[in-house]
Write a protein that binds this ligand. Sequence first.
Ligand code: F6P
Length: 374
Amino acid sequence: MGKCVGILTAGGDSPGLNAAIRAAGRALAHAGYRLTGFKDGFEGLAFDRWVALDEHTFSGILTIGGTILRTSRNKPNKMPVGKKLLDMTDAIIETYHKHQLEALICIGGGGTHKSALLLKKAGINLVTIPKTIDNDIAGTSGSIGFDTALDVATGAIDSLHSTASSHKRIMLVEIMGHKAGWLTLGSAIAGGADVVLLPEFPYHLESVVNALKTRAREGKLFSIVPVAEGAVDVETAAEIAKLEGELAALPEDDKKSRIELKTRLEELTAYRPERIFELARQLEARTGLETRVTILGYLQRGGKPSCFDRLLASQLGTRAAQAVIHGEFGNMVAFVQGKTKLVPIEEVAGLRKLVTPDHPWVTCARELGICFGE
Ligand code: F6P
């Protein structure tokens, strides 16, 4: 019997996870290793829920979205057990040794990398693979699922054009991405949007109104406005920054004030679908133009992975297998300038890759005349 490697998928799912599991599994099998899949993210390790993976399991999964291992956002040190959140790191280490694992491959996004760092520090041999439709993982330009989601969002914007034009409407389309605007900006450019609102660039309602009115005056009778789910106006952004500053200045032991501040921050930053409807009402009132909302939601995470995501997942998966075989533990397999590269998990965990004002996509959007509402 060959050496055994564990694999899991954690965080929100994204198209291409199965392609990565298959790639890592096949490359490891060729080198004589066995692969064990842990179910539901880190839960599988905490509660020893597993499945043996082999050639039969990998067959036919390349093109299927989601993850055959299922996933969850539960963290090793804050695992729901009954009504409590418990630190299950010791149980995870026990499972790791019980299965005599040579290493663990974790496929995940920002949260997964924080958990992976914790397990790395606890002595587990880890290799991670970046996946998220948000494209916000530090240290890598590519993450599995982003390209597919970009296609979905762009396709939606394409479809909205004809109905927007027929009814002379403003179409707001809410796009995922958590606190990053990559998906919204990319689809805005690829779909030919007119205004784009991103979390990274808080908007002035007045500027958005002016841009839409100017278009109407110029005889452009409809407008397409992709809005990132994390986009906020300048007033809200200022309030968030103020509360974050106050929280940072509070002593650790002032628990009551900390909880109050965190609750207020949560109210301002948590995802709420009402926000985009409120924005639509404001825009309609201020422009006099009929305004409608489309929320793309989980459609962006579903379906078959694109060719690019299959290629990316296959390259990252096989490279992760090589990292295990060569004992290059504690690293994320990044994708930078068309090549895979190992980056220490410490350089990734807790960081978020955001859209910057000097990014070529921003420059391009500005030159195309897309308004950011600044
Ligand atoms: O990280 C991927 C993502 O789809 C984000 O874009 C979104 O904010 C979040 O997950 C939604 O999370 P959940 O699946 O927990 O609703």
